[in-house]
Design a protein around this ligand. Structure first.
Ligand code: ADP
Ligand code: MG
Length: 683
């Protein structure tokens, strides 16, 4: 008997199980089932009911059925490889039980003549006779037949019978785990223990019973585990003590006063939150989240200025060179001249690069802008005190943690993201960080008017573009993303370019995935300088670049995009003072669902709301590619259906954090659910 009093059984190798050899294990491994615990979450999809025995005359061909029959004659051919037959009957008809590969003695034993036997298997018709080939169950005692039999969807290469045996074995040996939830929490789930819940999860009568308490308990376990891991990482980072940064706000106030706009209340609020972190003695690890165009850059630059004034160096990392340059140019414009700024670009001459690298080492440079290149090994800082990372929402917990370690203990970290996510997901995706949110948009923003248009009405769109160009505005034309092939994307963009170039000669530029980065930047810069008025592109126009003069965005085949994505694209325009428009083009009439989605976009300009709605319509699976970010895919929990459980977990985590509660009782939960052991791994 195995030691079944702890969780080790669940985390042990599948070969621990009777009936699982190397072959079966390898099949399951391919399905990402590495241990017994993983196997528990592959749920039965349907089941076969063998409990009803019927008469031969009522048999249905092709179905699995159970009958009580009497064997009356054996037909065992002399030739070895031919199938062996047993002719059987009940009072309504006859049926053949057919065996390949079984020996005669065995068949005589299980199907003795003139006795009533219960047989279960798939019924076929062969030369007008009923047949069951290799019956799954043959028994004198009909009660021995497992009446209900789960069907799982991963049985390729493993028979259903074996698979069910494996699961039954696991359920039988399930260790009694010590309860990790409090009595109060447990009572919310009808006091279902983890064990009972797992057993019910695999009970064929419960298939699809998502609202049952046992199901919710298991979903809650999963949510809490994911929140706890993030919260632990956060706590550990907060424990890192740093030297407080000291600066006089007068310096940054001067800069703020000189801006040609007033900061919004949310910008002021987030600045205070960041400043509090900078001047505190624990390391900052904060996310600044705000919709496209909400004005995050200025907040980060003012914070950077404060850090420079406190005597430390700052590094700002952007996803693209053009964006790094834009931030650099803005800082040059607004920072006092005695502050030394540098742009580390891959295109700079080696001599200049070397000079920057030397000057960072000797602290002749206060702040450097660049892409991830600023974190190369050969670059060392004299005293880096602040890392700002712009638009890297695809960084997962692990990558973020590595970055935060990079600067050393005195280095504060601020991430910026223009990808609003539904509230319920915040803790799973960003629970390792403190969060500042800018929800309010600068009040000079006019709402982008959003229209939908059928592709056949392209003439109307062209006339609209003509009018806008006449008024001196610029236009983005986003070509359809054809997922199957990059080549087709490219071709459709080229075609559109040629079409538009005929109508607007020399005013159109083209960007697509095949254009090298250097060339791409040249084109974007020319567009910024208004050398072109229409920019046709396939690749999403770089997030974050500010094109104040672009006022119209046309998005073809827009049902290919998620709502959040469309909202981000729409956010590329409307940065200036003029009325901006977004035209969503469609190939054919909209389905009901598509209409719903478009209405959400037309009625809201708030990325947070839109992401909520988007999730409700499409599920949380791929909200703007968060899958890649290491967001764990929940096995049972669903942020839409289980919103209340996410809220409950959040309250629990806050309770733990605020009261500094020991999380020892969750040790087994974390061990099972976070097998990657991220806490010990990276902290
Ligand atoms: P994002 O949050 O998407 O990074 P940016 O920081 O690029 O947005 O800001 C978008 C534009 O809004 C910039 O041109 C910036 O100068 C301007 N802006 C920022 N804050 C304000 C404000 N409070 N009032 C008016 N315009 C602002
Ligand atoms: Mg930005």
């Amino acid at each position: 008997m195995k030691n079944i009093n702890n969780s080790d059984y669940l985390l042990s190798d599948l070969t621990q199980l009777n009936g699982v050899g190397k072959k079966t294990m390898n099949i399951l491994r391919k399905k990402k089932v590495n241990n017994i615990f993983d196997l528990l979450w592959k749920l039965p999809k349907s089941h076969t009911d063998r409990s009803l025995t019927i008469k031969i005359e009522d048999l249905q061909v092709g179905k699995i059925q159970t009958i009580k029959i009497i064997p009356i004659k054996y037909q065992f051919p002399r030739i070895r490889n031919l199938p062996k037959k047993v002719i059987c009957q009940d009072e309504t008809g006859k049926i053949d039980c057919v065996f390949f590969n079984s020996n005669e003695g065995y068949i005589r034993k299980i199907l003795p003549l003139n006795e009533e036997i219960t047989v279960s298997g798939k019924v076929n018709l062969f030369r007008d006779k009923y047949q069951i080939t290799n019956p799954t169950y043959v028994s004198k005692d009909s009660s021995l037949i497992e009446s209900k039999h789960n069907k799982y969807s991963l049985t390729e290469g493993i028979t259903e019978k074996i698979y069910n045996k494996i699961i039954a074995q696991i359920l039988k040996n399930l260790p009694k785990l010590k309860e990790w939830h409090s009595k109060e929490i447990l009572s919310l789930f009808d006091n279902e223990t983890w064990n009972d819940a797992i057993i019910k999860l695999h009970d064929p009568n419960n298939i699809g019973n998502f609202r049952a308490k046992f199901y919710e308990r298991l979903a809650y376990d999963e949510i809490l585990a994911s929140f706890l891991v993030n919260s632990e990482i956060r706590k550990k980072i907060k424990k890192i003590k740093k030297d407080k940064k000291k600066f006089d706000l007068k310096n940054s106030d001067k800069v703020i006063k000189k801006l040609n706009f007033k900061l919004t209340n949310d910008q002021k609020k987030t600045l205070i939150e960041i400043n509090n972190d900078l001047t505190s003695k624990s390391k900052m690890f904060r996310l600044l989240q705000g919709d496209v165009g909400s004005g995050k850059t200025i907040v980060s630059l003012i914070s950077a200025l404060n850090v420079v004034n406190s005597g430390y160096q700052v590094a700002l990392m952007a996803p693209t060179e053009i964006l790094a340059r834009q931030h650099f140019v803005l800082a040059k414009k607004i920072f006092p001249t005695q502050i030394n700024l540098a742009l580390l670009s891959s295109k700079s001459e080696n001599k200049i690069k070397k000079e920057i690298i030397d000057n960072l080492k000797t602290k002749k440079i206060d702040m450097v802008f660049g892409t991830h290149a600023i974190f190369q090994k050969k670059i060392t800082f004299s005293n880096l005190g602040f890392i700002i990372i712009d638009e890297q929402h695809k960084f997962g917990v692990r990558q973020r943690k590595l970055l935060s370690d990079k600067g050393g203990k005195n280095c504060d970290v601020l991430l910026m993201s223009a990808t609003p996510i539904p509230r319920t997901l915040t803790m799973s995706i960003y629970g390792d960080m403190d969060i500042s949110i800018i929800r309010e948009k600068p009040n000079n923003r006019k709402e982008v008017k959003t229209y939908s248009k059928l592709e056949s009405k392209i003439e109307d769109v062209i006339n609209f573009v003509k009018k806008e160009i006449y008024e001196g505005n610029q236009i983005f034309w986003v070509c359809p993303l054809i997922e199957v092939s990059k080549k087709l994307d490219h071709e459709s963009a080229v075609k559109k370019f040629e079409y538009l170039n005929k109508i607007f000669p020399n005013k159109v530029a083209l960007l697509h995935g095949k254009i090298e980065n250097d060339e791409k930047e040249k084109i974007l810069n020319k567009f910024l300088e208004k050398k072109f008025l229409i920019l046709v592109s396939t690749t999403i126009i770089e997030v974050g670049i500010d094109f104040p003069n672009a006022n119209v965005i046309i998005i073809e085949n827009s049902n290919k995009f998620g709502l959040s994505q469309l909202h981000q694209l729409r956010g590329r325009v409307g940065r200036g003072n003029k009325q901006a428009s977004c035209i969503l083009m469609f190939k054919s009439n909209l389905t009901e669902n598509a209409k719903k989605r478009i209405n959400i976009l037309k009625n809201s300009n708030d990325g947070f709301d839109i992401s909520e709605e988007d999730m409700k319509l499409r599920g949380f699976g791929d909200i703007l590619g968060f899958k890649q970010s290491g967001l764990k895919n929940f096995k049972l929990a669903d942020p839409v259906h289980n919103e209340n459980l996410f809220k409950l977990a959040e309250t629990e985590i806050k309770n733990i954090e605020n009261n500094n509660l020991d999380i020892d009782k969750y040790k087994t939960l974390l061990k099972l659910y976070d097998q990657a052991d991220i806490i010990n791994d990276i902290v």
